[in-house]
Ligand binder design. Structure first.
Ligand code: B12
Ligand code: SF4
Ligand code: SF4
Length: 472
């Protein structure tokens, strides 16, 4: 074994010892993705994520982040925590429309529910070189089917006696402690080890998520996985559920080969996206639920709210359907779970949560990224989509929020649910509301509620799902 290979093997062994699941090494140099990346930005696909427009040089050639860098060590860490608990308590799911899988809300009518099922099942769409069923598809039938909400005072992460009846789903990557700090600590230990091996001349720079690097591009060059059609890195061993991190170094190391693309003719992820954010290998982030519920700060475009279903933070739909997940095994790492039991948050609890409770409950998790007002906005959208009249009191309270963002989305949700109480609260609020955007939301919500009434839908009894007269 030559010196570079020996050095690389020691680094690989140390990385595995530190708890990383995959390690790969690539030469530092230009990535050759300039045209693609600049065109992506030019099409406005980054939305409000201004940081993706800044500091372009290291994204196109990582040596700009560490002058003299010769090698990049990429690592992947399995974060698969298992699947979401069902939203309905055992026996309570009987009222779900047939095919109410996929986006997990059960749909608001037969048309939508079956469309979701068709998207997720994707029978026969597997990659050329694979067979077998979709593994890891969680979130089955989250339709609200029970009237026992948790009520005020319940923790948003605690199902309480009522089960997960009015809950929203959280993307799996956020079920545990914030991965940034955890991975950074382990990368620091690995970087120190590398500097010890390399002697006084050796320099390192580490990165995880927030650095101006194209992490998936870098990982795909090391054989850890390939750039899947939903733009995530897919590993044959870990599936889609892995965090990435890197160490740039001046050390000369032995390099791995890039992983071949193993998607074949499969397009399940593209078809599973309820907001049509994906075309193969490209995402319009402004349509992605993950962007809308985490990164986006303002009002969620009305046309996209229904597609959000019951996702209160992030989205895993295009990950869940990937057939390569069948090889994923739940991670033993304590950082990947424990903060969001069952992968769900009580949406009413979120709406009523004070700033202090928010800080106490979510400190040290990725959920703080959305801020309290963002989570409350998302919770209102989820409740509107669940369509359960038992959520009306919490939403009426939210019409009194000091934050117009929360008031506007609560109004929308009340319009989706409809019924006499919702309409009366909307009218009363209109009399005192001064914010132009919230007034617009209330006007539209009143129209939606009236249309629902004209369609003969009316307010459902607690425990019923609201069905619309949708042509089959
Ligand atoms: C901004 C961002 C987002 C945005 C935008 C996502 C996007 N697709 O760009 C939003 C908020 C939507 C998002 C969502 C998620 N994210 Co994110 N996100 C990032 C971040 C910070 C930057 C990504 C970026 O630069 N995007 C711009 C686009 C243009 O670049 P790109 O997609 O990376 O693609 C480049 C190359 O890979 C390349 N390429 C490589 N091979 C090929 C092949 C072909 C054919 C083509 C055309 C191009 C191509 O082309 C591109 C341009 O150079 C990275 C961390 C980082 N620094 O990389 C994490 C990161 C990508 N996110 C991560 C995660 C976990 C998620 C979520 C799963 C979280 C969730 N469940 O809600 C979702 C997944 C959604 C999805 N389908 O991608 C992980 C991904 C791990 C993995 N296994 O891939 C990362 C790497 C963070 C980390 N350190 O672990 N994210
Ligand atoms: S994370 Fe959800 S919304 Fe975003 S691209 Fe994937 S399926 Fe679509
Ligand atoms: S990334 Fe998408 S296209 Fe590729 S195998 Fe997975 S689901 Fe299929």
């Amino acid at each position: 074994m030559d010196e570079r290979a020996g050095l690389t093997e020691k680094i690989r062994a140390r990385a595995l010892e530190l708890g990383f699941d995959e390690v790969g090494v690539s030469p530092a140099g230009p990535l050759g993705r300039d045209d693609y990346y600049l065109a992506w930005l030019g099409r406005g696909f980054a939305g409000e994520m201004d940081y993706l427009q800044r500091n372009l040089e290291p994204r196109l050639d990582p040596r700009a982040a560490l002058p003299g860098a010769r090698s990049i060590v990429s690592v992947a860490l399995n974060y698969y925590p298992g699947d979401h608990e069902s939203a309905a308590r055992p026996g309570a799911a009987a009222g779900l429309a047939p095919g109410a899988t996929g986006n997990g809300v059960g749909g608001r009518g037969p048309g939508r529910a079956s469309a979701n099922r068709a998207r997720v099942d994707g029978v026969g769409a597997g990659p050329d070189d694979m067979s077998g069923a979709v593994a890891g598809v969680g979130g089955i039938g989250a339709g609200k089917a029970d009237a026992n909400g948790d009520g005020p005072g319940a923790s948003a992460a605690d199902p309480g006696a009522g089960g997960w009846s009015l809950s929203g789903r959280v993307a799996r990557y956020a079920w545990g402690s914030d991965y940034h700090a955890e991975i950074r600590e382990r990368l620091e230990a690995l970087a120190a080890f590398m500097r010890d091996l390399g002697g006084p001349e050796a320099r390192t720079r580490l990165a995880v998520d927030t650095s101006a690097l194209l992490e998936r591009e870098l990982a795909s060059r090391t054989g850890i996985g390939w750039f899947g059609k939903n733009t995530n890195l897919v590993s044959t061993r870990l599936g889609m559920w892995c965090f990435l991190g890197e160490i740039l170094t001046t050390l000369e190391l032995a390099y791995d080969l890039p992983h071949p693309d193993r998607c074949g003719s499969c397009t399940r992820c593209v078809e599973a996206c309820p907001t049509e954010a994906l075309t193969p290998h490209t995402m319009d982030a402004t349509r992605c639920i993950s962007y809308l519920t985490i990164e986006h700060r303002g009002s969620i475009p009305r046309a996209l709210r229904e597609g959000i279903g019951d996702w209160v933070f992030g989205c895993d739909l295009c990950l869940e359907v990937c057939p390569w997940n069948r090889f994923a095994r739940p991670s033993e790492d304590p950082m990947v779970r424990g903060r969001v039991p069952g992968g769900r948050l009580d949406a009413e609890g979120l709406l009523r949560m004070s700033e202090e409770e928010f800080r106490r409950q979510f400190r040290g998790t990725a959920l703080t990224r959305a801020k309290r007002r963002g989570l409350q906005r998302n919770a209102a959208v989820v409740l509107g989509n669940l369509g359960d009249p038992t959520a009306v009191p919490a939403l009426v309270e939210a019409l009194g929020s000091p934050d117009p963002l929360v008031r506007g989305h609560a109004a929308w949700a009340l319009g989706q649910i409809g019924g006499a109480t919702a309409e009366q609260a909307l009218r009363q609020t209109m009399e005192r509301e001064e914010d132009a955007e919230v007034r617009e939301e209330i006007g539209l919500a009143l129209e939606a509620a009236a249309a629902r009434q004209r369609g003969g839908v009316g307010q459902a009894e607690p425990g019923e799902r609201v069905e619309q007269a949708v042509p089959a």
